[in-house]
Design a protein. Sequence first.
Length: 117
Amino acid sequence: MKLINYIKGILFFLVPFISLLFIITIFYYFDLLSNQSIKYFKIIILLLSCLSGGFYIGRKSQNKGYLNGIILSGIILACFFLINLFLGDLKWQVIIYYLIIVITTTIGSMIGINQKK
């Protein structure tokens, strides 16, 4: 698979992720959302972003969409791990967060390759 497709897949992950987090941050700033609801919205935004990135990769792959989804999630995890390495410590919640990324991106790529046919 071409490297350009993985870069586009990362963009299909990052654009919704960053834009939706920005919108949620604005709502939180103006006290329209509570601190508890922000936690749930962050997970929902992560799921939607991983699904969109995985869906794109699945649509562009020729076969084995799950493998391409795992590769894309590995790239995303490497970026998050480097950020977490410098900014925080590794807790069990972060590991669960990473597992959610892998599973959701893989499911998104499997859906994407099935939609192509």
